[in-house]
Design a protein around this ligand. Structure first.
Ligand code: TYM
Length: 335
């Protein structure tokens, strides 16, 4: 294991995990546990930035912990914690919000997208937390002085802002934090099944995503109705929907099938039923295995919380090493 370098990543507990989360990020989280010192976090404070119900949030946190354990996050090899159980995340957020410029925050496209979404569906209440969200994200990463951050493409701008915060902090208070780098999978942007011009996301509605623990019937019907192309039009350029199906096939490890079908495509075959069948089979295989593991873990939620309590305490120890150093550098008294 490369103990010289550390990895951090987080996921919001906003409901079901989908195959975009898994193939874009979580599969990498699992792999990296063998190579680096890894800390993974269910970022419940981030989930408060959009309208939500308290009881649903509490349930979603537990479900996300179980999902991640089922995916293979292993407490023997990585820390899995809950963000709000490590209060140092919020303390560092305040310090960073004083070295992050207002202008940089106004340029975050995810903030603008979410404001548009809220104005469409929820009336116009936009929380200050939604605006300062990327500062909390930078604090998440740097509390553990992480070098690498496995995330999907949609998080790249937030990572760039984290690096900017590091540069400002280091310039003002002396070199301390590393500039965190993105680690991507082969599928950093999995597209929506129903509208392949957009990324797969729960907020678009159930037709648009495939749940990681979804049953076979649901998986097959969503893949079957995935938007491809009409078989006419520009045959030189592969449509985003078809490209998405091919990349799902490769990402699920079906390289031979992928290559054979790609050869047919290149030879001019534009009938996509065999491609869809192959993708559906691969996803059913993946989700079936994960569903079985999830059911075992979900049978004992008290054991999950005990484990997560212990791991959050370990995360706090690490976080406090950083905070002590930061408090000293920025001129705050030591506790
Ligand atoms: P979140 O909870 O929206 O998503 C979790 C992870 O899934 C990836 N992802 C995708 N990858 C490929 N294709 C898709 N369609 C797709 N949809 C989601 C995301 O890129 C992410 O890696 N702000 C973050 C959570 C966060 C965080 C952090 C991440 C908070 N603090 C610190 C890294 C480090 C978010 O909302 O991810």
């Amino acid at each position: 294991m490369n103990r010289q370098h550390s990895v951090f990543s987080g996921i919001q507990p906003t409901g079901e995990l989908h195959i975009g989360n898994y193939l874009g990020a979580i599969a990498n989280w699992v792999k990296l546990q063998d190579e680096y010192e890894c800390t993974y976090c269910v970022v419940d404070l981030h989930a408060m930035t959009m309208p939500y119900e308290a009881a649903t949030l509490r349930r979603n946190i537990e479900n996300m912990l179980i999902d991640l354990l089922a995916c293979g996050i292993d407490p023997a090899r990585a820390i899995l914690c809950v963000q709000s159980m490590v209060p140092e995340h919020t303390e560092l957020t305040w310090i960073f919000s004083c070295v992050c410029s207002y202008g940089d925050l106004t340029r975050q496209t995810q903030f603008k997208d979410k404001v548009d979404q809220l104005e469409d569906t929820q009336g116009a209440f936009i929380s200050a937390g939604l605006f300062t969200y990327p500062v909390l994200q930078a604090a998440d990463i740097l509390l553990y002085r992480a070098d690498y951050v496995p995330v999907g493409k949609d998080q790249e701008q937030h990572l760039e802002l984290s690096r900017e915060i590091v540069r400002r902090f280091n310039f003002q208070f002396g070199e301390y934090f590393p500039e965190p780098q993105v680690l991507s999978t082969e599928t950093p942007k999995v597209l929506s099944m129903a509208d392949p011009t957009r990324k797969m996301s729960k907020s678009l509605g159930p037709k648009h995503y495939i749940g990681l623990f979804e049953d076979e019937k649901g998986v097959r019907s969503k893949v079957k109705s995935a938007v491809t192309d009409t078989g006419a039009g520009d045959l030189e350029k592969m449509s985003p929907g078809v490209e998405n199906l091919f990349s799902l096939l490769r990402a699920t490890g079906k390289v031979d099938t992928h290559n054979a079908l790609m050869q047919e495509y290149k030879a001019g075959n534009r009938r996509y039923a065999p491609l869809k069948d192959a993708v559906a089979d691969a996803l059913v295989e993946l989700t079936g295995g994960l569903r079985a593991r999830r059911a075992e873990i979900a049978a004992d939620p008290a054991a999950v919380w005990k484990l997560v309590g212990e791991m959050s305490a370990r995360a706090r120890e690490k976080a406090n090493v950083t905070l002590r150093e930061v408090r000293q550098r920025v001129g705050l008294p030591l506790r």
